[in-house]
Design a protein around this ligand. Structure first.
Ligand code: 5GP
Ligand code: MN
Length: 366
């Protein structure tokens, strides 16, 4: 049994045509790059180099320390703060490949720069509602767990498993693992495990990859977890929902670095009967409150994010923001909860609200 290929023959032939014409390729990822963004970008970069191309990875901003061990991570160019150095690399590209983002505006200022360039673009992504004008070739599969899964399928369709390197397998596995919370959500599709068993034939140490990503907290971050759960967690039991807030003052007090609050939003869902977790965080750069939403079962975080927080995402993991203070954000949360009250009241433990069978529909994180 081999995994079903989601790559259409016409996509593969356009891929060949566009890659064939290119010599200097720039690979981009979304702002706040995560394991899937860095994993897909680095695996693709290595693959393109094997094919004799010049390839460079450019990301909009800093990516977290727990991904710095990844293959090729040291070569990644960061646009924020290095604009003058990175701009020429982007402008020199004769092909741009967007990894793990379906719109240029997910890259903020780097997206603005890319929009001024004339090189053709390819999109490889799994987010809902991609901007179909953003690239000439769009390989978008929102039903897949991760961009890494999609990229691996593209590699298999193109050349099979044989030429794949150990490091490419490490990158691909990392993205599949991080976008599924180590295969605890959006991961019921049997194909994922077919792909993983192929990756294991490359000699990857999946247990070590897990530790590299998830067991890397600083003492500050671990203490923050304790503080957040002890002092900041608000639980609205009747509507199976929780709320945590995090301010800049707290960031300074606990000496927390950018990216280190990642994952805190998932913790309250470990409580029995929880359906929705909301995390509000003061942005360190702009006067906005960043909103993170996580849910179980059918609660549509992406819909709530789009309607109330000017954002989007996936069914069980979405985000957005509120322009204003923490109080403004709390008020907006209240409005959102009021709107979704009937759905939230229903217990997630009741059999009627649990999904059965493979849930492969767009519920991954990023
Ligand atoms: P997080 O809570 O980790 O910041 O974001 C979870 C997911 O929600 C992301 O992977 C992304 O798909 C989506 N998301 C987060 N922030 C935004 C936003 O401002 N706009 C949109 N469209 N999606 C977002
Ligand atoms: Mn992703």
């Amino acid at each position: 049994m081999s995994p079903t290929s989601p790559i259409l023959p016409e996509q593969l032939s356009l891929w060949h045509e566009m890659i064939g014409r290119a010599t200097n390729i720039v690979i981009t990822a979304h702002r706040g790059p995560d394991g899937d963004a860095i994993g897909s970008a680095t695996a693709l970069c290595s693959w393109l180099r094997r094919c004799g191309k010049r390839a460079t990875i450019v990301v909009p901003n800093y990516f977290p320390d727990f991904l710095h061990w990844m293959p090729l991570a040291k070569e990644i160019l960061v646009y924020d703060g290095h604009e003058a150095d990175v701009k020429p690399a982007v402008e020199a590209a004769d092909l741009l490949i967007m990894c793990d983002h379906g719109e240029l505006n997910r890259m903020w200022t780097l997206g603005e720069l890319v929009a001024t360039t004339t090189a053709p673009r390819i999109m490889i992504d799994h987010h809902l509602n991609p901007d179909t004008t953003a690239a000439q070739l769009i390989i978008s599969r929102p039903e897949l767990s991760s961009t890494c899964e999609l990229l691996m399928q593209l590699m298999l369709a193109d050349e099979g498993i044989e030429p794949m390197t150990h490091d490419e397998a490490v990158s691909l596995y990392t993205g599949m693992m991080t976008d599924t919370g180590a295969f605890t959500y959006a991961s019921n599709n049997p194909d994922i495990y077919e792909l993983i068993s192929l990756l294991l034939t490359k000699g990857i140490d999946k247990d070590k990859i897990y530790r590299n990503v998830f067991f890397t907290y600083s003492i500050e971050r671990l203490r923050l977890m304790g503080y957040m759960l002890y002092a900041k967690l608000e639980v609205m039991k009747k509507i199976h929902c929780s709320l945590m807030t995090f301010t800049e003052a707290e960031r300074r007090r606990f000496n927390i670095k950018a990216g280190e609050t990642e994952g805190l939003v998932n913790l309250p869902l470990q409580m029995r009967g929880m359906k929705l977790s909301i995390f509000l965080r003061e942005d360190s750069e702009r006067p906005v409150i960043r909103v993170s939403l996580r849910s179980v079962d059918d609660f549509p975080c992406n819909e709530m994010a789009a309607r109330f927080f000017n954002g989007g995402g996936h069914k069980n993991a979405a985000g957005g923001e509120v322009v204003g203070t923490m109080d403004d954000a709390r008020k907006q949360v209240q409005r959102a909860l009021t709107k979704y009250m009937p759905m939230l009241k229903e217990s997630p433990l009741s059999p009627s609200s649990t999904t059965s069978g493979p849930a492969i529909g767009g519920s991954s994180a990023d």
